[in-house]
Design a protein around this ligand. Structure first.
Ligand code: G1P
Length: 387
């Protein structure tokens, strides 16, 4: 059975980070989200993987190549326009066999869950949909089960109206009849696979298999921090190469440090921090609960908490991202009490002494002048002056 991994989408809720990379390539503990999915499929015994690519596909193909490094064969199928997950699945019609597994490429799930899916499919020959309990069901496809049969799927219903707290976990097993089922479904907008599920659920045609264990979804910018923290918590200390840490610096156990990264004298890297490759943490700087992408620089004395620092970005000397909880509006949705000190976009440059209020999102390539204070959303390639 081949595994088809859906990785063509952009992930607009994660802008500005997704302006230069597709969402599945966002790093968690210094590995792209998609790599966790490839590994889960490989560990579940699947050795042929089809990745559906589209938006910024070269980032994905350059990273995974033919899959050799993961002990699997990877082929790529192009979804030229991102017209929905059902449409993405239609693109693999010529490359899959009688039955296949489909996995969302942007969420982390354990290999045992993928194995379960495959085993159910082999045992019953049904269309199988993975479901998991959620505390926030209305943010997902909400699934109602009768025994093991899926009786309804409602995509992102208004809050507090959802019929259950089970959601579509983004992993399925199909046979080729799904292609006609997708084609025969009228979708209001994008051709989403959940539209097809909504249509055929209730005919007794879909079996729900409950996932337990690891299932981590990055929907919003702040999720990247919490998911990163969760993964680091479960990593063994031996996985943390701390090659270039100054003897007076402290790097906590549950952090990862990429190759060619330097942590200078008296700097403190507290729990929940991923430092990508070729990062510089200057002397006396403090970093906690943050994801720092490759080639970024945190200058001496800076304080960076609950923050995403983009590729090749600079946080100037003694600049402060104080961190903490905040309320943010994303695409018109009010999100309360989310932990996000700030986002510093790729190639952005914060001058010395800059202060960043909680929840600030600074666009890619933006320059913030020495001593300025910033808050809210700042567009890409802007120049922010002091005062
Ligand atoms: C998609 C599906 C949704 C499912 C979710 C799982 O939503 O449409 O039914 O619950 O994946 O992560 P999206 O992530 O595109 O918002």
């Amino acid at each position: 059975m081949k595994a088809v991994i859906l990785a063509a989408g952009e992930g607009t809720r994660l802008e500005p980070l997704t302006a230069v990379r597709p969402k599945p390539m966002l790093p968690v503990a210094n590995k792209p989200l998609l790599e966790y999915v490839v590994e889960a499929a490989a560990e579940a015994g699947i050795d042929e993987i089809v990745i559906v690519v589209g938006y910024k596909r070269e980032r994905i193909q350059n990273h995974f190549g033919d899959g050799d490094d993961w002990g699997v064969d990877i082929e790529y199928v192009l979804q030229e326009k991102q017209l929905g997950t059902g449409h993405a699945i239609l693109q693999v019609e010529d490359v899959v066999g009688d039955e296949f597994v489909v996995l969302n490429g942007d969420l982390i799930m354990g290999s045992e869950s993928v194995e379960r899916l495959v085993r159910r499919r082999e045992a019953t020959g049904n269309t199988v949909m993975s479901v998991i309990r959620s505390r926030q069901p209305s943010a997902y496809g909400v699934v109602e089960l009768d025994g093991d049969t899926v009786v309804s799927v409602v995509e992102k219903p208004p809050e507090h109206t959802q019929p259950s707290n089970l959601i579509n976990a983004g992993a399925y097993a199909f046979d080729r009849s799904i292609f006609d089922a997708i084609r025969e479904t009228d979708s209001p907008g994008e051709q989403a696979i959940t539209d097809t599920f909504s249509r055929i659920a209730g005919h007794g045609d879909i079996e729900g298999v409950r996932f337990e264990g690891q299932w981590l979804d990055v929907s919003h910018l702040w999720d990247l921090l919490s998911v990163n923290g969760r993964i680091l918590d479960h990593m063994a200390a031996a996985d943390h190469p701390s090659v270039s840490v100054h003897e007076s610096a402290v790097v906590s156990d549950n952090c990862v440090v990429g190759p060619d990264t330097y942590v200078r004298a008296n700097a403190t890297v507290l729990p929940g921090v991923s430092l990508g490759a070729n990062v510089e943490v200057g002397s006396n700087a403090v970093v906690s609960n943050s994801v720092v992408f490759a080639d970024a620089t945190i200058e001496p004395g800076a304080v960076v908490r609950d923050c995403i620092v983009g590729e090749n970005a600079t946080v100037g000397e003694n600049a402060t991202v104080s961190g903490g909880d905040t309320d943010i509006v994303v695409n018109g949705n009010h999100c309360e009490n989310v932990r996000l000190g700030g986002v510093v976009g790729d190639n952005a440059d914060l001058g010395g002494g800059v202060t960043v209020s909680p929840g600030t999102v600074i666009g890619n390539g933006t320059t913030v002048a020495t001593g300025a204070s910033v808050s809210g959303r700042i567009e890409s390639n802007a120049t922010v002056r002091r005062g």
